[in-house]
Design a protein around this ligand. Sequence first.
Ligand SMILES: [Zn+2]
Length: 133
Amino acid sequence: MRGVIDYRIARRALVREVTRGVVPLTEVCDAHPELLRAARNVGQPTARTCPICRLADDRADVPLDENSTLRVVTYVFGDDLRRLSGHVVWTPEELDALAARHRSFTAYRVECCLVCGWHHLMESFLLGRAYAG
Ligand SMILES: [Zn+2]
């Protein structure tokens, strides 16, 4: 993958701010209804736990839910995609097919919690024929 940008450091910093009460929950748990719908219907499950749900469970002293409520949704953006720009990709196979058909575009992976509405960009990367081989 080319042009990978990892947003984990920004994510960690934001979670820290929420923990310290600098950033209110309402500002980080405000996933758009369309993102929530995509997360519920086509989001890929992940082994990670939602940092905000974990925070709430820690404070309430309840055990962590075993099933992660986090889902990962992949969006693609780029002029080469034309009307597909901004489209949610359902499967890795669909992403591969787009990469084979288009010259260049950017994929964004966003994590979204089905319970609290937390969402954060995880990583972005370049795909397309321009970067193949
Ligand atoms: Zn959550």
